[in-house]
Design a protein around this ligand. Structure first.
Ligand SMILES: [Zn+2]
Length: 258
């Protein structure tokens, strides 16, 4: 692997990757892209990138008028999975409390109804997702309480280990290719790679070789530098399909009508 790694990758990750190779392990990576609402030029760029590298990608999509078009657009891409990205992706947090769609005072029943209506919208658009991705990775307890009553089987946030939380399977992302303060832009290869080295180190030192590392992208917000970096990253590191890491199955729409 290291022979064809770009210089910065070699410099930051080289010695860590040698330790992995020595122990006969390969990092387990997966890829989630957020905020798709419909087909766009940026989506085409993402699909082309994924196809060039044969990289499975989980597309966290927002229900809306263009969702059926989005579903149709990716139908012929077997390696692209659609996930539910919130109800309407609107921030409801009070000023100064960060971002999130579910607030502290929301009842579980309200969350359950929102979930049901949203999943129905995806089914009507022609897709049966099994993963929920809360907007801004803001994972409130009401959501975990309501999910088991929905056809969704899993959840994805940011920075936690994969596992089961309150009966819900969880697979997070860890490496955000963008930085968000004062407008989205490329995080920069050094910052990204140094964080990746830390994630690899943690896994090696605790013997959690199989603990996945999730790449997080937002195709609508990528600048040129971000696309370039992703090209290099995906050439260097193969990613696995989310379903292969979690093994959960999509539930048939019938489950909702019961
Ligand atoms: Zn989002």
């Amino acid at each position: 692997m290291s022979a064809r790694l770009p210089f910065a990758f070699r410099l930051v990750l080289g010695s860590e990757l040698r330790l992995w190779a020595k122990a006969d392990h390969t990092p387990v990576l997966w890829w989630r892209d957020d905020d798709a609402r419909g087909p766009t030029g940026a989506l085409e760029q993402l699909l082309n990138l994924a196809r060039r590298h044969q990289a499975p990608v989980t597309l966290a999509a927002i229900a809306g008028p263009h969702l059926p078009l989005l579903v149709r657009r990716i139908e012929r891409h077997p390696h692209v999975e659609i996930a539910v990205h919130g109800f309407t992706h609107q921030n409801r947090q009070p000023e100064g409390r960060g971002f999130g769609e579910i607030v502290e005072t929301d009842e579980i029943d309200w969350v359950r109804n929102q979930l049901r209506a949203t999943v129905m919208a995806f089914h009507r658009a022609g897709v049966s997702p099994s993963l929920f991705v809360p907007p801004w990775n803001n994972l409130q307890p009401q959501l975990l309480a309501a999910l088991p009553d929905s056809p969704l089987r899993a959840i994805s946030g940011f920075d936690q280990d994969a596992g089961v939380e309150d009966g819900v399977a969880r697979l997070d992302t860890h490496l955000d290719v963008l930085r968000w303060k004062d407008g989205a832009r490329f995080r920069g290869q050094w910052k990204f790679l140094i964080r990746m080295r830390r994630l690899l180190q943690q896994r090696r030192l605790t013997g959690q070789w199989e603990q996945p590392i999730g790449l997080l992208t937002h195709h609508l917000d990528h600048d040129h530098a971000t696309w370039l970096f992703l090209e290099r990253f995906l050439a260097a590191f193969p990613v696995k399909a989310r379903a292969d890491l979690m093994g959960d199955a999509a539930v048939e729409p019938e489950a909702l009508r019961a």
